[in-house]
Every structure is written in C-alpha cells, then in structure tokens.
Write a protein that binds this ligand. Structure first.
Ligand SMILES: [Fe+2]
Length: 481
C-alpha cells in the first residue's frame, strides 16, 4: 500500500514537472512591442514602453554609446510602472536627464527575471538649429502582409534620410486595434522603432471613445508626456527639438476638440520663442480626400484655423485622408497672395524658398500603407482653392516625407516607394526661409475649466450648432453644384 502511494506521488510529480516545463515552454514570457518616444524635450527626455505577458518589474538599462562595451554592466538603471492592459502588461519608464547630442544603447525588461529586450538605441538632440526627421501616416493595416508592405515605405524613408533624428507617425497605426494588429505592427516596424525615437500621434483607429476596444490603447502603447492630458482616446503633448517647437494634438479628444486642449495649445505654443512652430495631428483641416466633408472635420477646421493663424504656425503635418495634399501658404482660410521667393543652394541643390511667408502650409503625406483614397472633387470650398498640390497615390506606392531644418531654412520633400519595383521617386518639394520667429506674444488661458464632460457640454452644444450650420451650407453648395 505504502509502495503504491509512493509510486502514485512520484507519477504525479513527474506529470506536474513535465506539464510545468511544457507550460513554461509554450507560454514563455518575452519582451515585446518596444518603443522609445519623445518625452518632455528632444535633448534630455525619452519615454520607453514595452509589453510582457506576465507580471514583473519595469526596468530600463541605458548607457552612452561611447561607454558601451557590449554589455550593460555599467548601465544606468531606471524603474517604472506596469499596468494590466487587455491580456498583458504595459510597462513604462520616462527619463528626463539624458545628455544632449548623445547616442545611447538601452534594453528594457525585468532585472529580477533577467528578462530583456534586444539591445536598442536612439540619439538625443544636440540642440543646435540643424536636424531632420521623417514622417509617415496611416499605415492602418489589418493583415501581417499589409504591415510588412507598409514597413517598406519607412525602410525607403530611412534609406533616403538615414541621418533622421526621429520618426513622426501621424496616426492610424492599426485598423481594428486588435492585439494581433499591434503585434504585426511592432514586428514589421521593429527595424526602425528599436533604433530611432518615435513621435506618435493618436489616430481615430488607435483610440476612439465610440469603440470600447480602443479606449486607453494609445496611452498604454506609448510612454508619452501626459502632464496635460491622458484620455481614453489619446494624448496631446509638445517638445522642443533644435530651434523648433512641436505640438502633437489628439484629434480624438472630445468633439471636435476640447476647450482644454485648445487652451493648452495656445498656452504651449505662445510660450515658445522657437524659430519654427510645427503642429502634428491626425485629422486634417485641409484635404481633398473623402473625410473633408464629414462633420467632425468641418467643425474642427472652424475651431482650429483661427488659433493656428494667431499662433503663427509654420507647418501642419496631418493624415487621415490617405491622399497627398500640400496647400499654398494659408491665412484666414485663404491662400496668401504675393509670397516672395528666393532661390539658393541647399545641400548642393538649387532650392526655391518662400521667404518669410505669412500663413501656414498644411500637408498630408498621403499614406505609407496600401489603403489609398482618390481625390474628392466634391471637397468643400475653399479646399481646392488653397491646394498647391493634390493627387492620389493609389497607383504610385507608399508615401513618406522628409523634413530638414537648418537654422532659418526648412526643406520638405515627399517620396513614393513603388509597390512593385521598390523604386523611390520624389513627388513634391517645398521650402521656407525665415529671418525671424513669428508671433511671440505669450497668452495664458485656463486649461482645466473645460476638461470635464459636464463643463464641456455648453461648448459642445455651441460647436454642434456651428457644425450643423456648416453642414447645411455644404449641402446647399453640393446641391447647387
Ligand atoms: Fe484616420
């Protein structure tokens, strides 16, 4: 009897040990979806985010490239926090004491478990007036194959501009916001995410209050400066880089955009004396795609245009409409007349610069992905009147943009990567030369008074009424046409 009991216990132990080995093998934890994002300022701050399937600590090891010996023995260590999100853990660590103009190697993971990501890297801003970045928009894929195809666009961008100091993604990273899609995105774009700083912009497919699956996805997927706002649908934030100040808007925030965010934008931009002021946002104020006639876009345009004019914004890069558009210099909802131009050599090329132009240029660098729209001939006026360039990239390929800033000169170029051949062709170019910063009047508005849903209601009613008026006007225009 005793012997039988021993045999039974031994068999149970063997079974449990085999089963636990099998479990560990089948569900071994690993570090995934690693990102390094702009946080606070380009010279000193970065936000790191990654996911694990099991609970654990959130550790970052970071070392200057000049001191990196191939191991992290002499690395500086930081710890952050983990939050359970969907079926896994999102880990975030923010660092704000980096040295300017420095390349760093880092890895993220769990020090206790000795569970780490691969070795990644990024550069900090050396805070002079020379830097460059690449921009893509609307990957919005829903299959592994389409993420892989879209990633070729970014590979093309980094082959044209390997010296880029960061990568702007104008939102709609994914289509249905499933775990599979995010896993495919990080797998396909790891070649860039692991070696460059990202500037994430929340798209409506990445965070949208009307879709429960999307809520809190964006702020759990990237570690961003949430001093001002962490909402269900995204984050808005700003940063200095070189001689430029960037504001990243959350166009999912309320409807059409909360007064809190608008007041923050005014306070934030007007407090900066930077030479260049740039806004990055997902929904576009000017586009000739199908979305420009939609109420959310119309009302956001009415609300934001006067603010952008007042703040003397130089450039607005946006997405959402999956076609290419660059406006003329725009002010007061009209193309600026009598812009002066000067031709100079830049980087060995003859380049024509708009000289100290009034107004703002609005650009949609089409889409890096495969879902491409045609030009909408019925787009509301005065869209076509202010358009300098508008075309569909449907039969051309994935689109990306490069921007170089050198003191008072900004050179923007757009390219497409041919779907079949992979050949890269330049499709647009625009340059501005400035001799002084724009409006530097500082404004201070209340950012908190309108941030709750209840306090937002009166604002919402007024905005909704304005939207109805705009929409009816549009319907009349289209009917008469
Ligand atoms: Fe979108």
């Amino acid at each position: 009897m005793k012997n039988n009991l021993k045999k039974l216990i031994a068999a149970a132990l063997i079974f449990m040990s085999v089963f636990s080995c099998f479990s560990a093998g089948a569900f071994a934890d690993e570090v995934g979806r690693v990102s390094c994002s702009m946080y606070g300022g380009g010279a000193a701050g970065r936000g790191f985010c990654w996911f694990t399937s099991e609970k654990g600590s959130s550790d970052l090891q970071i070392v200057k490239a000049s001191e990196f010996t191939g191991s992290f023995g002499n690395a500086k260590c930081y710890s952050g926090e983990a939050a359970f999100y969907r079926d896994r853990y999102s880990h975030q660590v923010a660092v704000q004491d980096l040295e300017p103009g420095t390349k760093y190697f880092y890895r993220v993971g769990d020090a206790q478990k000795d569970l780490w990501s691969e070795t990644c890297s990024f550069m900090t801003d050396d805070a002079d007036g020379r830097f460059s970045f690449v921009t893509i928009a609307d990957v919005q894929a829903s299959s592994e194959e389409n993420f892989e195809q879209a990633s070729k666009t970014l590979r093309g961008a980094l082959s044209v501009m390997p010296e880029a100091e960061f990568i702007v993604n104008l939102g709609d990273y994914v289509n249905d916001n499933t775990n599979d899609e995010w896993d495919w995105y990080f797998k396909s774009f790891g070649f860039a995410n692991n070696y460059y700083t990202g500037v994430p912009v929340a798209g409506n497919h990445d965070g949208n209050i009307t879709n429960k699956l999307n809520t809190f996805c964006f702020p759990n997927t990237f570690c961003l400066d949430e001093t001002h706002n962490r909402s269900l649908e995204g984050v808005y934030y700003s940063f200095d880089y070189g001689n430029a100040h960037f504001a990243v808007l959350n166009t999912n925030d309320m409807y059409p955009m909360s007064r809190a965010q608008r007041n923050w934008l005014i306070n934030d931009m007007s407090a900066s004396n930077a030479m260049w002021k740039i806004i990055l946002m997902h929904r576009s104020l000017y586009s000739a795609g199908k979305n420009i006639n939609k109420p959310d876009t119309i009302v956001m345009r009415d609300v934001l245009l006067p603010i952008i004019d007042m703040l003397d914004i130089d450039l607005v890069l946006s997405g959402h409409d999956h076609m290419y558009m660059r406006t003329s210099q725009v002010s007061g909802d009209k193309a600026v007349e009598n812009v002066e131009y000067v031709t100079e050599y830049f980087g060995g090329e003859e380049t024509t610069f708009a000289l100290d132009p009034d107004g703002t240029v609005y650009i949609i660098p089409s889409t890096a992905g495969t879902k491409r729209y045609v030009v909408n001939d019925d787009a509301i006026d005065p869209i076509h009147k202010v358009a300098a360039v508008e075309f569909s990239t449907r039969d051309l390929g994935g689109c990306f943009a490069t921007t170089e800033i050198e003191d008072g000169r900004l050179i923007y170029k757009a390219y497409v990567v041919n779907d079949g051949t992979g050949e890269i062709s330049k499709v647009d170019e625009y340059a501005i030369k400035k001799t002084a910063p724009g409006n530097t009047d500082k404004i201070t508005l209340d950012e908190s008074a309108f941030s709750s849903i209840i306090s937002f209601l009166p604002d919402f009613v007024v905005a909704f009424a304005k939207m109805l008026v705009s929409y009816v006007k549009l319907l009349i225009q289209v009917t008469v046409k």
